[in-house]
Design a protein around this ligand. Structure first.
Ligand SMILES: Cc1cc2nc3c(=O)[nH]c(=O)nc-3n(C[C@H](O)[C@H](O)[C@H](O)COP(=O)(O)OP(=O)(O)OC[C@H]3O[C@@H](n4cnc5c(N)ncnc54)[C@H](O)[C@@H]3O)c2cc1C
Ligand code: FES
Ligand code: FES
Length: 1335
């Protein structure tokens, strides 16, 4: 190597402060560095793969050539610190802080109620902040685009987008779509009922501080000087195991490339980073030419454009946009195709990091750009020390043919993309599980050139992604079609030939085989139509247009910025102004969430001597453990111990839940042992070295069907029955039978399960800090595992980054696993689950199979229903029995069926144990109900809504388990939903749309809901609180409820404020702990506010009773005076409040009881549009009416309803867990499991809290934590309405099976047509599929 000036000093800035690292470690990423080295914990870890946006930061670089500063968002988890030389990093702490000044972005996110658990909030802030740094007055579309790479599991995005829209010049925050009018305009509220006093303002914009872009921190001048310094030095950083070299010139790069031919060139690190983390790749040397000027340029010639390999995809987007604006349309067809895909490829962060060169070289099979570049005849310009050469992208290079790769010493300098020509068409097509930030299921780039002025094919190219291991070309078919006319016969031959040329084996990795085959021809058909349209535009006389009904097939669904309105009851004007009850008060921690100052478990500072824990989990579903070899793991540096079942001093199997597997494993993902080491990296490395020998045990039961075959159940059958079902079946007009499958769901809380277990020196005490919904349960498990009294175990829970039921029982198991490790090593244990481990170990919602037999009259009246439910409980009981009971008890939903029988049983399988999840079985179970309603409607030629109306409870009635109730609020929600959503008018409009559009169909559905809160066991409904008043008048409120993002603490402050008649600012809530309130029940079943509110109220009332004599004597005195006086009079200023709980019960023998305290009613109407050719859908509008009785805090309640609705929509549409036939969960991160993003939420979203009475609950409120979940099924049924329309048009009028989730695959394959008929089908007995359904 030539001797070049060299430096081993890494210099970058973080939040304006200089960081200098000598010999930085190339294996350290920015997220780790920020959190663990700089202790800036605002930036969060939630996936480590660039897919969730929780770790978003702003990177800024100075370009000495243009003298411009480039700010862009990046996911810190994929940024190696070594790549940061010369960069300025801004984290959420650098944007604003409570200690100094909060930034308008942070303030508005908080005040618009855009935070719930707050774990995603710093990432959201950084995405909006970075956008504002580049565009101080953004458009609403830019806000939505900026947020596309950020996941939020709590809010449903609407309030986050809304906070961003407050920065738009023409704020559209409160516009009712289309009308252009403001919803605040009280004179014209046609949408709301003017009789009631309805509020629509959840926050006051006047309170926002103005945004002044000139006040932002400047770019560090030192970095400008560094960038302009002509004497650049090569950078070499020597880490523990690897070396990083950043060349200083192009020649230097080529030298390095020749010297280290196997070293990756790290650019965006979006491909290299994940393959190191997830595929265990190791590279001793990295070369990073990031920032080398020769790789950054755009050069336009007569032939086309050449773009430097270093351009990020975002810069590529800008460059193409500019060229498209400058050049005639016919020349830019390839560029426009690329732009279309660049909008939805990953999220904004990845698009700003990933480079064109990296994309082209990496050639992932799902690449969105390569098929288009190939179809557009792009070429790659290569360079080595020996010179330059050009290779076509669309040749063997793209298909990774042997010998066709870059030579080891070559680099990609640039990519040349020629202009398109007149008789030349280029197009890109893609279909993914969700519209944005999801790898394509199948994508394609296609181009055709015609003989001038004809439709005779001169050249044809088709490239498909995701159908094989590389992007593949249908070159033979294309060749055969040359000379043919572009007509239907050509299409028909092309489809057959392409299917034959690109066969997908039945067991292909990734599954969805028949769907992918269908997409191959469906996308081809779209291209065919597009080209015919184009030819017609060029010469209408010669080339007939496509049928009008087909034109909408060509349009992709637009990405719209959501709009809508939230309506709730105004507070009674007579209420004292200080009383906050009923007001939309911001979440107590919202500002801290937005500034990153809210502390989660892994944000807690290191504890002296602490160790990190990594898990070793079973790779077999059912097997004997023959041996565990820990020796290699123990020999690694930093490893302190490997902990197994042998190390559990007490109960290793508590209540049937096993901490560490002993002798045998019962599912893939069961914890066999843990490794404690001095760093995470070492613990994880060592965990991989533990060798476990297994011997499989038969049977291995994975699915419900297999469990039924083996009679494998977790508990006895539960049943309720009324009337005489058998007799009724004899007298009905029709009987239908059917089966409904509802797959499971991953909680995907943004903060993975996290525990800090600290053993104390004395008395076998242990303190645990963890995110849980049930600290008492953790205490119980830990005490049992350590064989100590519960009084020695203290569990503290301040907040958690989302829970949704997933932190009810699982933290107990994981807490005990950590406690055993802490006990054995005698050192504090930090146990933060990796996302993949969390998804694997903790399982989620129960997959469900429902079988129904329904007897009904021809007018739609249902006389008899006989329903069976089976849920896949997994390998241990956990909450499965209770979930099943909930399903059975609630199984009538809103319908009065006189002869009704419902029974069910949880199945025992060799899957990880499924657990509580928002709605507790209701969201799955009720799909079966609405499915048979839909089936009855279809049989009777009625709308499902008509059958719903006919059979719905109408007057005071008894449920099937004989609980009397008044369905009046249900009727009101239903009626208002139908009316205010203009359901029948819109249904007609949709039908008209459907007659005019063959390949796109619209569907609407209104779904009613009768939900219950609480538990059928009285003692689970109790709660306690402790209220202390201090001598300065400040008040500390403690109760047994957990703050999981729902705003429980905020509501408790509202309660205490009203009861003590003091401002909220006097009241503080710090944390929940087993040391302050013992034996508290879980925070779940929507009753957190109900029961803890009553307990807080009780404590406050006790205190007020004590204070009353003092107040009476000094009524004009101040609160502080009364407190001082009370102290002087020796009156206790601390009180325990208690709520005995709702006196519920259920007698399963008699099949009756007062199972739940009250019902929550609701209805939602959704309208979707479905693309029958791809299976994609777009949610156009949703209207929700939910019975909130009296809302203590409408902002929090609407937040819960919207968040649950979007989570429910995810359950029913995009979220799909994939298991191998051997029971291995494939979906272990956001790349494989698609929760909704901002692009999935309704374009128009209206939510109304309907007023009713509920005297049983605190302030006559209702618990709304879970109810919204099932309302998401209106999207599912709207999709099926659209699909039914498609099927009818194709002559398929029979009722069809309806299952959940309605993924693009399900939608497409149910819209049967000539393309689904054309694909080859495989005999299921001849192969083992890649994945199976477990419901
Ligand atoms: C969360 C996430 C979502 C994604 N979503 C999508 C998606 O929806 N659609 C899609 O198409 N892609 C997607 N991708 C993939 C992404 O497009 C690629 O990872 C990216 O383009 C690679 O570019 P990079 O600069 O990060 O490459 P790096 O990771 O830096 O490098 C990748 C490879 O390219 C080589 N290389 C880089 N530059 C050169 C050069 N100039 N000369 C020679 N070799 C070079 C390196 O040696 C390395 O082997 C996604 C990635 C992530 C992380
Ligand atoms: S943690 Fe970095 S994107 Fe998820
Ligand atoms: S608030 Fe967004 S994940 Fe909880």
């Amino acid at each position: 190597m030539p001797s070049l000036p060299n430096s081993d000093e890494l210099i970058f800035f973080v939040n304006g402060k200089k960081v200098t690292e000598k010999n930085a470690d190339p294996e350290v990423n920015l997220l780790f560095y920020l959190r663990k080295v700089l202790r800036l914990t605002g930036t969060k870890y939630a996936c480590g793969e660039g897919s969730c946006g929780a770790c978003t930061v702003m990177l800024s670089r100075y370009n000495p050539k243009t003298k411009a500063i480039h700010h862009f968002p990046a996911t810190a988890c994929l940024v190696p610190i070594c790549s940061l030389h010369g960069a300025a990093v801004t984290t959420v702490e650098g944007v604003g802080s409570i200690k100094t000044r909060i930034h308008p972005v942070q303030e508005r996110l908080a005040k618009c109620h855009g935070t719930q658990c707050g774990f995603c909030s710093p990432g959201m802030v950084m995405s909006i902040y970075t956008l504002l740094r580049n565009h101080p007055e953004p458009t609403p579309e830019q806000i939505t685009e900026a947020l596309g790479g950020n996941l939020c599991r709590c809010t449903g995005y609407r309030p986050i987008v809304e906070s961003g829209k407050t920065f738009c010049v023409e704020s559209t925050v409160c516009r009712v779509k289309g009308s252009g009018k403001c919803c605040m305009d009280q004179e014209d509220q046609s949408f709301v009922n003017r009789q009631e006093k309805i509020c629509t303002k959840l926050y006051n914009e006047d309170e926002f501080q103005p945004f002044d872009p000139s006040q932002e921190p400047i770019f560090p001048p030192e970095l400008i000087r560094m960038a302009e310094d002509p004497n650049k030095k090569r950078l070499t950083f020597q880490g523990e195991r690897t070396t990083w070299i950043s060349p200083v010139t192009l020649n230097d790069l080529l030298e390095l490339r020749a010297s280290f031919p196997t070293a990756p060139l790290v650019m965006g690190n979006t491909a290299v980073g994940p393959s190191i983390k997830f595929r265990d790749e190791f590279h001793p040397v990295f070369i990073s030419p990031l920032g080398l000027p020769e790789l950054y340029f755009v050069n336009t010639t007569d032939a086309g454009v050449t773009i430097g390999a270093g351009y990020s995809l975002a810069q590529l987007n800008d460059a193409l946009r500019f060229i498209v604006s400058e050049q005639p349309k016919e020349r830019t067809k390839t560029y426009r195709a690329l732009l279309k895909h660049l909008r939805t490829l990953a999220g904004a962060q990845i698009r700003n990091m990933a480079t064109l060169g990296g994309h082209v070289v990496n050639r992932p099979n799902f690449s969105d750009l390569n098929p288009i570049l190939a179809a557009g005849n792009a070429t790659i310009n290569l360079m080595s020390k020996d010179g330059q050469r050009q290779i076509p992208l669309n040749g063997p290079f793209l298909e990774k043919s042997p010998g066709a790769d870059l030579k080891p010493d070559e680099i990609v300098l640039s990519v040349s993309i020629p202009f398109s020509t007149q008789w030349h068409f280029v197009w890109g097509l893609r279909l993914a599980q969700r519209q944005e930030n999801a790898f394509a299921i199948v994508n394609a780039g296609m181009s055709v050139k015609f003989e001038d002025s004809t439709n005779v094919i001169k050249e044809l190219q088709m490239f498909y992604g995701s159908v094989a291991r590389t992007v593949v070309s249908a070159s033979q078919s294309c060749q055969q079609l040359i000379g043919r006319q572009w007509d239907d016969q050509m299409l028909s031959d092309a489809c057959r030939w392409v299917l034959a040329e690109l066969p997908i084996p039945p067991a292909a990795e990734g599954g969805m085989v028949e769907y992918k085959r269908t997409l191959i021809v469906s996308l081809l058909f779209k291209f065919y139509l597009k080209v015919r349209r184009g030819l017609n535009k060029m010469d209408p006389q010669k080339f007939p247009d496509i049928p009008e009904k087909f034109t909408s097939a060509l349009e992709d669904f637009p990405i719209e910025t959501p709009e809508g309105m939230q309506m709730f009851q105004c507070v009674d004007p007579c209420q004292p102004p200080q009383d906050p009850v009923g007001h939309p008060i911001m979440h107590q921690s919202a500002i801290k969430h937005a500034t990153g100052e809210a502390i989660y478990i892994d944000d807690m500072p290191p504890v002296d001597q602490e160790l990190f824990l990594a898990v070793v989990t079973s790779t077999r579903a059912h097997a004997k453990i023959l041996s565990i070899d820990k020796s290699e793991a123990l020999a690694l540096p930093g490893v302190v111990d490997v902990i197994t079942a042998e190390d559990v001093p007490g109960d290793n199997n508590h209540q049937g839940e096993i901490l560490y597997a002993r002798n045998k494993v019962i599912c893939v993902g069961q914890i066999v042992c843990t490794v404690a080491a001095d760093t995470y990296a070492r613990a994880r490395e060592a965990a991989k070295k533990v060798k476990i020998a297994y011997e499989d045990i038969e049977p291995r039961i994975i699915t419900i069907e297999q469990a039924l075959e083996h009679n494998s159940f977790l508990s006895v059958e539960k049943k309720i029955e009324q009337g005489d079902v058998e007799q009724a079946f004899k007298y009905v007009d029709q009987i239908i039978e059917g089966e409904v499958h509802v797959e499971g769901q991953e909680h995907f809380y943004m903060e993975t399960q996290s525990i800090l277990a600290i053993p104390k020196q004395e008395d076998k005490e242990m303190v645990l800090h963890l995110g849980t919904q049930f600290p008492t349960h953790v205490q119980e498990f830990v005490a049992a595992a350590l064989n100590v009294p519960r009084s020695r175990i203290a569990c503290h829970m301040k907040r958690t980054g989302g829970a949704f039921g997933g932190k009810v029982s699982k933290p107990a198991l994981l807490g005990a696993v950590s406690a055993v490790a802490a006990n054995k090593t005698g050192r504090p244990i930090r146990f933060i689950l990796e996302r993949g481990d969390d998804m694997l170990i903790t399982a989620g919602r129960h997959p469900l199979l429902g079988r129904y037999k329904i007897g009904f009259m021809n007018n739609g009246v249902i006389k008899a229903a006989d329903i069976e439910y089976y849920i896949n409980g997994g390998c241990t009981l956990d909450e499965s029995e209770t979930v099943l009971e909930f399903i059975v008890l609630k199984s009538e939903n809103a319908y009065c069926i006189p002869n009704f029988r419902c029974c069910g049983r949880p199945c025992k399988t060799n899957l990880p144990s499924n657990t509580a999840f928002r709605g507790f079985g209701f969201p799955q179970g009720m799909v079966v109900v609405e499915a048979y309603i839909t089936a009855v409607a279809s049989q009777c030629n009625l709308l499902p809504e008509e059958v719903r109306e006919i059979n719905m409870y109408k007057r005071i009635s008894k449920t099937a388990y004989k609980k009397t109730f008044n369905p009046e609020p249900l009727r009101r929600c239903w009626k208002e939903c139908l009316e205010k959503s203009s359901f029948y008018d819109r249904k007609l409009a949709a039908e008209e749309f459907n007659t005019k559009n063959y390949w796109k169909k619209r569907g609407l559905a209104v779904v009613p809901m009768k939900f219950t809160i609480g538990m059928p066991t009285a003692y689970y409904n109790q709660a306690a609180a402790l209220v202390h008043i201090y001598l300065d008048g400040s008040v500390l409120v403690i109760h047994g409820g957990c703050e999981i993002g729902q705003g429980l603490y905020t509501k408790m402050i509202q309660v205490a404020s009203r009861e003590l008649n003091i401002p909220q600012s006097y009241i503080h809530l710090s944390e929940t702990s087993t040391t302050t309130v013992p034996n508290a029940v879980f925070t779940a079943a929507s009753m957190g506010t109900d029961i803890n509110g009553k307990a807080v109220q009780n404590a406050c009332q006790i205190l007020m009773t004590r204070l009353h004599p003092i107040i009476r004597k000094n009524p004009k005195g101040k609160w502080e005076d009364w407190i001082t006086k009370a102290f002087e009079d020796s009156i206790s200023l601390s009180a325990t409040g208690y709520f005995k709980g709702y006196q519920t019960n259920m007698d399963w023998e008699k099949e009756e009881g007062d199972a739940y305290p009250y019902f929550v009613y609701g209805a939602s109407c959704s309208e979707v549009e479905v693309d029958c050719l791809t299976g994609a859908h777009k949610l156009l509008r949703t209207d929700i009416f939910i019975d909130a009785a009296f809302s203590i805090n409408p902002a929090l309640d609407i937040g819960q309803v919207e968040g649950a609705f979007i989570q429910g929509m995810g359950l029913y549409t995009t979220e799909e867990l994939k298991y191998s036939p051997e029971g291995v969960l494939y979906s272990r991160g956001p790349n494989d499991y698609k929760i909704p993003t901002v692009t999935e939420i309704p374009e128009e979203f209206y939510v109304t809290l309907v007023r009713s009475r509920n005297p049983i609950a605190i302030y006559s409120s209702k618990g709304l934590g879970e109810a919204g979940m099932f309302l998401g099924s209106s999207v599912l049924f709207a999709i099926y309405d659209a699909v039914a329309a498609a099927r009818r048009e194709r002559g398929l009028t029979k009722t069809f099976a309806l299952s959940s989730p309605a993924t693009p695959e399900v939608i497409r394959m149910t819209c049967v047509d000539q393309f689904t008929d054309m694909i080859p089908r495989d005999d299921p007995s001849t192969f083992t599929p890649w994945s199976i359904h477990v419901s």
